[in-house]
Write a protein that binds this ligand. Structure first.
Ligand code: SAM
Length: 255
């Protein structure tokens, strides 16, 4: 195997207990997509557990390894490329029920924004650096730990923490702790237009998190609009609940 590439966030999971916890968080017999199989710590047991598994890997050597591995296995597919470009088409073409990944740190934020919007997925098991996981899993309105990503992810997903891992669970060890989160679909029905509006609204609302929402939404909102949606414009973005964000996204003028 070639050396781990820092630019691709390659920290390979070696802790057997952690591997079992991640794989057990995926229901058995489902179809799945794994982002970044790497050397296969999660991939190999997932192949046993899932009825169909597709993997996306950017690293040329690792992708070639998996291509060879999957040659005579109709239940295993490999896509060589960047998940940031290929996620939507891969999900459309392979229709996985679950998505799994020990995500590369450098893309985990923007990738989660894409994943959070996906329709037709039942659940996801994803690993993050601890601070990012805490922000993603924080309930909107709970203060400093929550952010725009907390609002976006809880629109469609219920999130639970599966485990926390120290740097020594990986080779090479990263500098930070990691956390595995399980996302399961909440009963809210798919509303892509509503999701897109919410995403835009949250981006504006958290642009300056120390400022009040009155300041962040100037000049789009005026006193009448604030009154109509029943939200105190003197609040900071970290104080708004999911329901208030949804109401605010609806109250903003659409273009
Ligand atoms: N799943 C393996 C494990 O748990 O040991 C590897 C995890 S490692 C943190 C991240 C993996 O994602 C690496 O194999 C890396 O090459 C791959 N990767 C990095 N950036 C990627 C991208 N943009 N698209 C697809 N794969 C990527």
């Amino acid at each position: 195997m070639s050396h781990a590439k820092k630019s691709l966030g390659q920290h390979f999971l070696t802790d057997q207990h952690a591997i079992a916890r991640i794989v057990d968080a995926v229901p058995s017999g489902v179809t799945a997509l794994e982002i970044g199989p790497g050397r296969g710590a999660i991939t190999t047991p997932l192949r046993q557990r899932c009825s169909q598994l597709t993997v996306i890997e950017k690293d040329h050597n690792l992708a070639a390894h998996w291509q060879q591995q999957g040659e005579h296995d109709a239940t295993f597919g490999i896509i060589h490329g960047d998940v940031m470009d290929l996620l939507t088409t891969t999900v459309r073409d392979t229709q996985p029920a679950w998505i799994v990944g020990n995500l590369p740190y450098n893309i985990s934020g923007p990738l989660t924004a894409q994943l959070a919007a996906l329709d037709g997925i039942s659940g996801m098991v994803l690993m993050y650096q601890r601070e990012v996981a805490e922000r993603i899993a924080a309930a909107p309105g709970t203060g400093r730990v929550c952010g725009g990503i907390s609002v976006i992810t809880c629109f469609y997903w219920n999130i639970v923490r599966i485990c926390t891992l120290p740097p020594g669970a990986f080779s090479p060890p990263p500098k930070v702790h990691s956390v595995v989160l399980q996302f399961s679909r909440n009963p809210r029905s798919a509303d892509p237009a509503g999701f897109a509006r919410l995403q835009k609204c949250v981006r504006t609302g958290f642009a300056h998190r120390r400022k009040t929402i009155h300041n962040n939404f100037r000049p789009q909102m005026n006193p009448e609009r604030w009154q109509l949606c029943g939200i105190d414009p003197g609040l900071r973005p970290e104080a708004l609940s999911l329901e208030q964000w949804i109401a605010l996204a609806k109250a903003l003028p659409h273009h």
